[in-house]
Design a binder for this molecule. Structure first.
Ligand SMILES: C[S@@+](CC[C@H](N)C(=O)[O-])C[C@H]1O[C@@H](n2cnc3c(N)ncnc32)[C@H](O)[C@@H]1O
Length: 301
């Protein structure tokens, strides 16, 4: 086995990866997965529907069907992709996903992973608010999920306006409305574009944590343009992972082997006429090329 690996590494790997994005195992799994989808359609449907909920490790059948699901996603039209992603969050699965995270983070919102990944953004927001007194009044978290980050921001960022959390999951929003009923937080089951049309006003800082990976490039570009046209001055404060060559790949692609998108955030924001106020770009895993965590705050200018 060791010998085979070293022959592969020395002789074929470079040539293979110059033609293909994923390793040969992925393509074999995909082919078997497509066959399994035909043989066991019920199981395949469930695995696809619950795609984002399962963290692995996966058995052989699950791995292959998940690979086939990624292939379907890659071949789908933009409208189909949008519909499928939304369906996951709107259905009961969305709430199940958020409640799992709530249980994981509820007791540790001031320590560990929760704070390590969010505090840099919180610092950027505070820095923006302090250097621009009176310019920003409110925070709107797109895809607020369990609402724990919005709660923390309402305690750590000194703004006079509203702290509103939007999410496509009706069940989760109902849970949040009950859970945080004694706070100043507002939770709405609403798509961000609809909310902007209904009550978007200047002075808002939009926050996202792991949300734009669900947006197609066009959806993200439309949102940036809409906010700039309708809500200036406004800002976006984001923590998003991406897998792309930030220097040379301006357009978005599907994240390798996953049903989510990889965007070149600094580029897309600059192209939409936004000014980057602060950014921190870190490698998620030094062994994986171009895999970044982007913590960035950009304003409408
Ligand atoms: C991966 S979850 C992240 C949730 C949360 N930010 C967290 O860190 O746990 C993405 C969330 O974005 C929400 N979402 C996706 N598109 C949206 C849109 N256009 N407007 C509002 N929420 C959206 C989904 O409902 C989902 O709850």
């Amino acid at each position: 086995m060791q010998m085979l690996r070293s022959i592969w590494g020395n002789m074929f790997a470079d040539r293979w990866y110059s033609c293909f994005k994923s390793g040969p195992k992925f393509y074999v799994n995909t082919a078997i997965g497509c066959l399994l989808c035909k043989i066991m359609p019920g199981k395949a449907k469930l695995i696809k529907e619950r795609y984002y909920l399962s963290d692995g490790p996966y058995g052989f059948i699950d791995t292959c069907i998940r690979a086939a699901a990624c292939r379907e996603f890659r071949n789908a039209s933009e409208q189909e992709i949008k519909k499928e992603t939304r369906e996951f969050w709107v259905r009961e699965y969305g709430e199940e996903w958020h409640e799992k995270k709530f249980e994981r983070f509820e007791g540790s919102c001031n320590s560990g992973e929760f704070i390590a990944t969010r505090k840099p953004l919180e610092d950027q927001i505070n820095s923006l608010v302090h250097t621009n007194p009176d310019k920003f009044q409110s925070i709107c978290e797109i895809g607020t999920g369990h609402g724990l980050f919005l709660k923390r921001l309402s305690e750590e960022v000194d703004l006079p306006g509203y702290f509103v959390g939007l999410d496509l999951s009706e069940g989760q929003i109902r849970t949040n409305q009950e859970r945080y009923k004694d706070s100043r937080l507002i939770f709405l089951n609403e798509d961000v574009t609809g909310w902007i049309d209904r009550q978007g006003k200047p002075g808002c800082i939009f926050v996202t944590f792991g949300v734009f990976t669900c947006f197609t490039q066009r959806e993200l570009e439309d949102l940036l343009a809409h906010v700039k046209a309708k809500m200036h001055p406004a800002a976006f404060a984001i923590v998003e992972t991406t897998k792309c060559d930030l220097a040379n790949q301006p357009d978005s692609s599907l994240m390798n082997g996953k049903r989510v998108f990889a965007h070149n955030y600094p580029h897309l924001f600059a192209r939409a006429g936004y000014a980057v106020f602060e950014k921190k770009i870190e490698l998620v895993n030094p062994d994986v090329r171009n895999y970044y965590n982007v913590t960035m705050l950009a304003t409408t200018g």
